[in-house]
Design a binder for this molecule. Sequence first.
Ligand code: NAD
Ligand code: AKB
Length: 312
Amino acid sequence: MKRIMVTGGLGQIGSELVPYLREKYGHDNVIVADIREPENGDELFVKLDVRSEEDIINALKEHDIDTVYHLAAILSAKGEQNPQLAFNVNIVGMYNVLEAGRKVGLERIMVPSSIAAFGPETPKDNTPNDTVLKPRTMYGISKVTGELLGLYYWEKYGLDVRGVRYPGIISWKAPPGGGTTDYAVEIFYYALRGEKYTCFLREDATLPMMYMPDALKAITELAEAPADRLIHRTDFNISAMSFSPAELVAEIRKYVDFEVEYKPDYRQKIADSWPRTIDDSAARKEWGWKPDYDMPTMVRDMISNLKKKLGL
Ligand code: NAD
Ligand code: AKB
């Protein structure tokens, strides 16, 4: 029987991954761990700081955990405002989770990497799985470090660490946590309320994106993939759609009209260092990855769900 703990479980991805895993593995077998308290009073919650290995070990032992989904992190934009915090949470935190996992004897650690692992020297179109990794953000550096540490712990200690490189994740349930791709979520709220949106990226800043249902499917399918089929482990490219702010605006305007202006800020430089489109053939070949949503189907679903959520 699986006993799972999700670190950063109250964030954008965690707040949807936890119910998804509970549906799959049983409600009581999935524990939420986060540095902040849940608003819904979830009784299967443990407050912990991933910067403390002791906190993590105590939680793993207390709840008899065999699998960790390690989501606690500081994302790209927030990380550039406080690189020291990003280093400690993302790199020290990842090391602590691996060390705790090794000492307690975890069966598996799932940890998302990101397209932020790539940098300005990486080919921008159809970016290969195995390519130049020279990111210039602390967040990106932490993601490359996490990929390499995960591989090291697998080869050295047999700790089964796996991960996908998520593109920007779009969802309507919980807000994004401070990334460069957050505009692609925020913009829907402004559009539906009929408010003018000021976009912090240029209108032609094309980036890879993915809808939340595909993000949940990807990480759980990789977790279940037979080990003997995996050549890669912690660094799978996955792809679903790529678009610019102007293309997203045009698609949303098929449903609602709204005004947009473009005022690129420091996040444009981060976006400029990331790929436009991703080659995910390794994930397709090694564990059968295939997305369900493209941009038009994502926009339709986002608008329908957000209308209900906002009572429109
Ligand atoms: P988020 O910012 O929404 O959530 C992160 C959570 O971590 C928050 O609930 C926060 O309270 C918690 N946290 C922060 N510091 C902590 C600490 N010291 N100890 C314990 N918890 C702490 O992030 P997310 O979007 O849900 O991302 C989850 C993972 O997916 C991250 O590893 C991120 O890099 C990766 N990822 C996300 C995206 C995306 O677009 N959302 C894209 C690529 C990769
Ligand atoms: C961010 O913009 O920081 C994240 C990511 C792509 O990792 N959404």
